[in-house]
Design a protein around this ligand. Structure first.
Ligand code: NAP
Ligand code: 8YV
Length: 326
């Protein structure tokens, strides 16, 4: 897509992938500010802003400070940081970046699961610290993937890509969504606790919304059981993090692998200190290849919108908004 609209101002608050920023600069008039704070933009400029590209939180007050805003292009498939409901109510389109990151995130989920169960990061440290030569072999891992029963919380695009990989690894698969996906061969559980009771390996890839807030709580972890492994590649808000720390400390579950946290980038010391937690700094989609594809989709949404063709990937809360007339 090459349509240039240099009369359209696109606001970029905070950091943005440079490929996206460069493409926006080529096609539009770009205005960058340090963060999403209405105090950082003068009223005259605010009055010219018609689009936004963001990988930061965008709240209702910031949206309301931009009277001509038509579209917010979010960098990421998860858009929990954007008040999409408020945008929708004001007739402002919100887009996200689905599909282009699905396989990458599923790969990361499997890597995190194997690291957690087979202790590979710790085994590598053993070698790097010279302990193989000094102390002999790294101890056998207490856990194995063999015979595990996986449960996916959030069987959407990424959940399904994880399930396909788990099938190839020989694990049985069940899932919980609000709605059963009819065409899938996997066992459906209408409740999360029912899923946790039925499996020993729970993988959360649900979005961060009011309905998933702290859904993985003490009762769900107890239901998972003492051989239980919990993996979170979705959003930190879907888990009661204190309950998870207690469960890991007290043997309520065996281990956890986490790519996402309640208050990123802050990770509680209690979690860092736990030997049975494998931790990653939110790198699910973080390859050069995939982040560039996400950057392209952010800009393709802006170009399509301002060409009068509508959004490429609108989010559910704003999908009802018609394309703007040109
Ligand atoms: P998706 O296709 O929309 O899938 C989300 C699934 O969650 C849907 O199947 C949905 O089914 C289910 N769900 C939503 N609310 C639920 C609830 N209250 N209870 C039970 N199930 C619920 O999204 P996706 O592309 O797979 O992405 C999923 C999430 O992964 C994103 O929102 C993002 O937060 C996260 N993510 C993380 C990374 C990372 O770097 N770690 C990267 C990309 C994405 P129902 O509507 O039927 O309930
Ligand atoms: C990104 C993600 O790291 O797409 C998502 O929902 O969590 C990740 O792919 C994040 O959105 C970048 O800000």
């Amino acid at each position: 897509m090459t349509d240039a609209r240099h009369d359209v101002t696109i606001l970029v608050p905070g950091r943005l992938h440079e490929h996206a920023a460069n493409r926006i600069d080529k096609s539009f008039r770009i205005v960058r500010i340090e963060r999403a704070d209405a105090g950082l933009i003068d009223a005259e400029t605010a009055g010219t802003v018609r689009g936004m590209a963001a990988m930061t939180g965008i709240n209702a007050a910031f949206i309301d400070a931009l009277p001509k805003l038509e579209i917010i292009a979010n960098f990421g498939v998860g858009y929990d940081a954007v008040d999409a409901k408020h945008a929708g109510a004001r007739g402002i389109m919100v887009t996200n970046t689905p599909d282009v990151l699905t396989e990458e995130v599923a790969d990361t989920a499997l890597g995190l699961l194997i690291n957690t169960v087979r202790e590979l990061p710790k085994a590598e440290q053993w070698l790097r610290q010279g302990r193989w030569e000094k102390d002999g072999h790294y101890p056998l891992s207490q856990a194995t993937l063999r015979g595990r029963r996986a449960g996916i919380f959030g069987m959407g695009r990424i959940g399904l890509a994880i399930a396909r990989r788990l099938e190839a690894f020989g694990l049985s698969i069940a899932y919980h969504n609000r709605r059963k996906v009819e065409e899938l061969p996997y066992a459906y559980h209408p409740t999360l606790i029912g899923l946790a009771e039925a499996v020993d390996t729970l993988i959360s890839v649900a979005p961060g919304t009011a309905s998933t807030d702290k859904a993985v709580n003490a009762a769900v972890l107890k239901a998972l059981g003492p051989d239980g492994v919990f993996i979170n590649i979705g959003r930190g808000s879907t888990v009661d993090q204190d309950a998870l720390i207690d469960a890991l400390k007290n043997g309520v579950i065996r281990a956890a692998g986490l790519d996402v946290f309640a208050d990123e980038p802050r990770v509680p010391q209690a979690l860092i200190d736990l030997p049975n937690a494998s931790l990653l700094p939110h790198v699910g989609s973080a390859s050069v290849h995939t982040r560039r594809a996400m950057a392209d989709l952010v800009v393709d949404n802006l170009i399509s919108w301002f060409s009068g063709k509508g959004p490429v990937t609108p989010v559910a809360e704003t999908a009802h908004i018609p394309p703007r007339p040109i």
